[in-house]
Design a binder for this molecule. Structure first.
Ligand SMILES: Cc1cc2nc3c(=O)[nH]c(=O)nc-3n(C[C@H](O)[C@H](O)[C@H](O)COP(=O)(O)O)c2cc1C
Length: 438
């Protein structure tokens, strides 16, 4: 395929990594208004447990809970927005009602104290018997909830995130499970020589943490982001990156870049898996899928969609007339961007209106890879991207309805198994095991 780097060849035999967002994307926008949406249950445990158990029955690697630490109440006038339970509390409860699937929580390196995150995630790892993962985000907002008038600049957030994640990982090791002796005969509870504090550094946690690690624990790290600073961070620490990649070329370019950066850091290029978000509006026929997509947008509040797009793109689309072309000058600042933002810039340059942009696949999917079609359409696109070496897997964002969600797990995933791209059963019990990490 023209323009798609094939640097990735050595891992093409490795099975895809598939996660499911518990966000829950399938009742987002106007999809909650369907009679079968179960929206009344969205803040109850069973809603998420049901989704996670179905994902486990399909042997997915993990369920994944993004988190924003902020709420825009105006969005709630017409949609769920980002209202949510705390991700680690929710996943701890899901842990008790699932057996094998990985549980990836999200924490903000910008706002959450490293000590608290370290003990929460180590606790999740214990209650789930090794299924915890940590998705590190730098946060896109929420400063008002942490006593800050302004969002710290991106470079400052990333600089702080390096120390933050070093501390989280170091704290995990301060109380190794192996230190527990629990010898009733001698009365030795723990080998205290194996439990240690961290060096005394201003503003940094000392430990030791009060939660023992699991024996031999390896908690996988995910990172969400896409800027050069984000990739640099991911290339040092991340086992996988949650990426926004609307096109094959942009996914391949991000993957090649991350692999090269990982290698420059002395890691194997395949150590950082690239998992683009994949928004799936699925139905038995393409016509039904397009109708599902349109219905999930039609009844939704157009200004809210445009406000969301404006935040993502950093340009103001809200004040523009809905049915007149967006001035091409507004997209000028976007042109330098590769990938999804570039695709939207191209739509603007071609004269798209705000209404049409909000309803386009590119606009509606918040810059994610989007399939509107049948399960076979989704399988064809996933197989093509995998064979092109553009992805190591994906994070599924089923959209439009529970029916679309079910088609993904009941038809798309089994077809990927048949294609030899995904596991038929679990052969490990931990998230690190599912991901093939030592
Ligand atoms: C696909 C994707 C998902 C993200 N998910 C979250 C999230 O759940 N919570 C959050 O606070 N930030 C999230 N972010 C924001 C990133 O953590 C980061 O703050 C932002 O993208 C800026 O970093 P970058 O310049 O590397 O993209 C996400 C970013 C991307 C690209």
């Amino acid at each position: 395929m023209a323009g798609v780097p094939t640097l990735a060849a050595p891992e093409t035999d490795r099975p895809l990594v598939i996660g499911l967002s518990l966000s829950p994307t399938w009742v987002r926008a106007a999809a909650w208004r369907r009679l079968d949406s179960r929206i009344e249950e969205v803040f109850d445990l069973d809603f998420s447990v049901d989704a996670a158990r179905r994902a486990e029955a399909a042997h997915l690697d993990f369920v994944f809970k993004p988190d924003a630490l902020t709420l825009d109440p105006t969005v709630l006038a017409s949609a769920l927005g980002f209202a949510t339970l705390d991700p680690t509390v929710l996943l701890s409860a899901v842990a008790a009602r699932t057996e094998r699937i990985g549980l990836v929580t999200t924490a903000s390196a910008t706002f959450a104290p490293s000590y608290l995150v370290a003990r929460e995630v180590q606790s999740l790892d214990r209650v789930s018997r090794g299924r915890a993962g940590l998705n590190v985000v730098m946060s896109l907002g929420g400063q008002q909830n942490f006593g800050r008038a302004h969002m710290p600049p991106s470079d400052e957030r990333f600089a702080a995130a390096h120390a933050w994640l070093d501390d989280v990982r170091a704290l995990w090791a301060t109380f190794p499970g192996e230190a527990l002796a629990l010898d009733r005969d001698t009365g030795a509870f723990a080998d205290v020589s194996a439990i240690h504090a961290l060096p005394d550094r201003p503003g940094r946690p000392r430990g030791p943490i009060d939660v023992p690690s699991r024996r031999g624990a390896r908690i996988p790290i995910l990172q969400a982001g896409g800027s050069p600073a984000g990739k640099d961070f991911a290339s040092q620490y991340a086992d996988a990156v949650f990426a926004a990649a609307a096109t094959t070329d942009s996914a391949a370019a991000q993957r090649e870049d991350l692999r090269a950066r990982a290698e420059a850091r002395g890691r194997a290029p395949g150590d950082v898996r690239v998992l683009p978000g994949l928004s799936l509006f699925l139905a038995h026929t393409r016509d039904e899928a397009f109708a599902l997509h349109a219905a999930s947008l039609d009844a939704s509040d157009l200004p809210q969609s445009l406000a969301g797009l404006s935040r993502l793109l950093g340009i103001d689309l809200v004040a523009l007339p809905l049915d007149e072309r967006i001035p091409a000058a507004l997209a000028a600042g976007l042109q330098r961007e590769q990938g999804p933002v570039g695709a939207i810039a191209a739509l603007i340059a071609a004269g798209i209106t705000p209404r049409a942009l909000a309803r386009s696949a590119e606009g509606a999917a918040s810059l994610h890879w989007t399939v509107i079609g049948t399960p076979a359409d989704a399988v064809a696109q996933i197989v093509a991207r995998a064979r092109a070496g553009a992805i190591d897997g994906f994070i599924a964002l089923p959209a439009g309805s529970w029916g679309s969600f079910a088609l993904f797990l009941d038809e798309v995933v089994p077809a990927l198994v048949d294609a030899g791209l995904f596991r038929e059963r679990y052969d490990s019990a931990t998230l690190a095991g599912h991901l093939g990490l030592s």
